[in-house]
Design a binder for this molecule. Structure first.
Ligand SMILES: C[S@@+](CC[C@H](N)C(=O)[O-])C[C@H]1O[C@@H](n2cnc3c(N)ncnc32)[C@H](O)[C@@H]1O
Length: 256
């Protein structure tokens, strides 16, 4: 798809969804007046993250005192079926991240309520749900679909049917989804951020998610090397964070 036809497809898809008009207005501002916002402080944060990064396995052991090795064998069948569903999906979205980190964060926190932003195929959702299911907990997810690809119906497509009763998916931009989610459940055991990658988008959501995270709860953010929003947020709030290097990217995680 050429860039112009992709922009046009996205615009038409937005116009068909009045509930996404506020996000369309924000996107226009972001892509015109705030273009540099996406990469603000990127260099500074990448050298900071590189200097303190550890592996996912080390982080799970250091923060939770748990060993992650049994995850892949315990859930081999579920993971295999989900990979097959991803292969069969006609649209392309972001793939799986550090699933063990999310799963063991939920295990450690004995999570009953988890909120995440950014679903795509649903890999992070699957990791949280596999733990939540054991305590009859609930995952609240916020996701704005890949509009250019008409992907609404495929969001979360790798999540097995038996886990869906534990899942509430809010199909709006975070600025609309999160207030609805917090109205439903005001306190969370684990929060996972993986949606709007802009500096301002992150900073706004980090503050909101932090306010609704219980003391002792776990905060995780993907792709913190995109800009310095995560580092600045931690420094402003005096938070001691662990940085995990995973497949060439950085994930931030701390216990509140
Ligand atoms: C990297 S993918 C999420 C991957 C997912 N966490 C996983 O592990 O499989 C990012 C998702 O965030 C969504 N997204 C981007 N900006 C958003 C926003 N402002 N509000 C809600 N969702 C957004 C995208 O449509 C996409 O589905």
């Amino acid at each position: 798809m050429s860039e112009i036809s992709s922009v046009l497809k996205t615009l038409i898809a937005y116009l068909k969804r009045p509930d996404l008009y506020p996000e369309l207005r924000r996107k226009i501002i972001k892509n015109t007046l705030q273009r540099r916002n996406a990469f603000k402080g990127k260099e500074k944060t990448n050298s900071w993250a590189a200097s303190k990064a550890i592996s996912q396995k080390e982080a799970i052991s250091k923060l939770f005192g748990l060993d992650m090795d049994s995850f892949r064998s315990t859930y081999a069948e579920v993971l295999k079926n989900s990979e097959q569903k991803q292969k069969e999906c006609p649209i392309k979205m972001g793939g799986a991240g550090a699933l063990e980190l999310i799963y063991y964060a939920c295990e450690f926190a004995k999570a009953k309520n988890v909120v995440e932003t950014g679903v795509a195929y649903g890999w992070s959702s699957l990791a949280a749900l596999l733990s939540l299911e054991k305590r009859k907990g609930t995952l609240y997810s916020s996701d704005m679909p890949y509009l250019a690809q008409d992907g609404d119906r495929y969001v979360g497509c790798i999540v097995p049917e038996n886990l869906k009763p534990h899942w509430k998916l809010f199909r709006f931009a975070d600025k609309e989804s999160l207030p609805k989610i917090f109205a439903d459940s005001p306190v969370f055991d684990v929060v996972h951020y993986d949606s709007d990658k802009s500096y301002n988008g992150r900073f706004w959501a980090y503050n909101e998610l932090y306010k609704h995270l219980k003391t002792g709860g776990i905060f995780i953010s993907d792709d913190i090397g995109d800009n310095s929003a995560y580092q600045d947020f931690c420094e402003q709030n005096n938070l001691k964070t662990t940085v995990v290097e995973y497949e060439g990217k950085y994930i931030g995680i701390f216990v509140k």
